[in-house]
Design a protein around this ligand. Structure first.
Ligand code: ASP
Length: 412
């Protein structure tokens, strides 16, 4: 067991977790099922808690170090622009794929909202009109850094770290001590991540076991077509589009990429949280995909909060699904509004499980679709969140490799 690589152990853990999950599902309600689920919950939560333990200091230290070190290769401007352009470009492609799939396969056709009357009757979605969402989003950006760090407000931590990094760039050599200190903090956090990863095979097995064993098969069947369309198009984006872009720009083969990225992809799949996966993503990007440290430290944490291809694709496809259930034909103008709101929703979503559901309400409202339809989307979200989060995380790693390549040649 000792000599087996971590990657292999994670794969085996994932397979055992899924297998045991199906077994538990088949034996039904019993003491064995309850006991096993209890144990799985303990181990799964322990793994998540350990990842969260390093998360905030790691994001903070990584972004400060990433930005501060950009100074050295006179490429700051190019790194910024390339990163943001890549984030927005790939999210736009993802949304178009979501639209395309929903328009082509037409999930929801022949069904109508009334069929789900029981689910939607008492459902009150937490409504937030677009102007309020924007106001809240803006207010959440700038906060007392100590509060943001203590409460784990990821987006504000990112902003504080960006400011501090920029100040260190402008301040120059005079502040090299503090720069060195924060860089060392990042290295120490990554060392701790290395220890936590030894628990990853067990944590991932436990999380996947819970996921499989707690699914409601009847419900999955009833909206199976929609689930298949979302998972299929998300996988298309993750397996064909993103690796295709990566290959076209950097020449890196998909095989090489997935080999380096798989630890992070499996962790994202099992945890459904790009934020919790961030320590692993950073490790894979630097150590397996060999992206320069300063680029990875900048692109990956920023991407974990801003760049969400899977979420953007899902929101676009789900909006069209709900429209069809409600018997509403969305015209081009409506689809354009959904395009922008889905993008905004994906950017504002903080990278934790099922958070896409919150911005989903926003997307539905933006074009006057019934928000009660969330009652149908929520119970199936845990399963869709797996693939969506894995593709969100994949997008961050692809972005790092691309930015690394595009800014490398001219940085010397
Ligand atoms: N769970 C996703 C993530 O962490 C966000 C979402 O719910 O779409 O990346």
């Amino acid at each position: 067991m000792k000599s087996m690589s971590l990657n292999l152990r994670i794969m085996i853990g994932a397979a055992i977790g899924i297998g045991l999950g199906f077994w538990l599902l088949s034996i039904g309600e019993s003491d064995v099922q309850r006991g096993t689920l209890y144990g799985a919950k303990l181990v799964g939560n322990l793994f998540l808690d350990l990842l969260r333990l390093v998360l905030v200091p790691l994001i903070f230290a990584s972004i400060v170090t990433g930005v501060a070190n950009l100074r050295q290769h006179q490429q700051m401007h190019k790194v910024w622009v390339t990163t943001l352009a890549f984030f927005f470009g790939t999210m736009a492609i993802a949304i178009l794929i979501g639209f395309g799939a929903a328009n082509f396969f037409r999930p929801g056709e022949g069904m109508h909202l009334a069929m789900f009357a029981d689910a939607t009757r008492d459902f009150q979605a937490r409504q937030m009109p677009l102007p309020e969402y924007i106001a809240q989003f803006m207010r959440g950006l700038f906060q007392n850094p100590f509060k943001a760090l203590a409460q784990g407000e990821i987006l504000s931590v990112v902003i504080v770290a960006l400011f501090l990094g920029i100040a260190l760039v402008i301040g120059g050599e005079r502040y090299r001590n503090i720069r060195g200190l924060i860089q060392e903090l990042q290295e120490l956090c990554l060392m701790i991540v290395g220890w936590i990863m030894h628990l990853a095979p067990y944590g991932i097995a436990a999380l996947l076991l819970q996921l499989v064993a707690t699914q409601d098969a009847a419900l999955l069947m009833s909206v199976g077509h929609f689930i298949a369309v979302v998972i299929g198009s998300t996988l298309f984006h993750g397996i064909v589009v993103l690796p295709g872009i990566l290959w076209a720009i950097t020449g890196m083969s998909p095989w090489h990429f997935f080999k380096g990225a798989r630890e992070a992809l499996i962790t994202a799949f099992a945890t459904s949280s790009s934020a919790a996966t961030l320590p692993v993503t950073l490790r894979c990007t630097e150590q397996h995909l060999h992206v320069r440290k300063d680029i990875a430290s900048f692109v990956v944490p920023l991407g974990a909060t801003v760049n969400m291809d899977g979420t953007a694709l899902y929101e676009a496809a789900a909006a069209l699904f709900v429209a069809r259930l409600a018997g509403i034909e969305l015209d081009l103008m409506h689809q354009l509004v959904i395009f922008f709101v889905a993008m905004l929703g994906a950017i504002g979503a903080p990278g934790i499980p099922s958070v896409g559901m919150l911005s989903m309400v926003l997307v539905l409202e933006s074009v006057g679709l019934p928000t009660a339809a969330i009652a149908i989307l929520l119970p199936i979200d845990r399963i869709l969140d797996t693939v969506r989060t894995a593709v969100n995380v994949e997008g961050d790693m692809v972005a790092s490799v691309v930015v690394d390549k595009l800014t490398r040649d001219s940085s010397k």
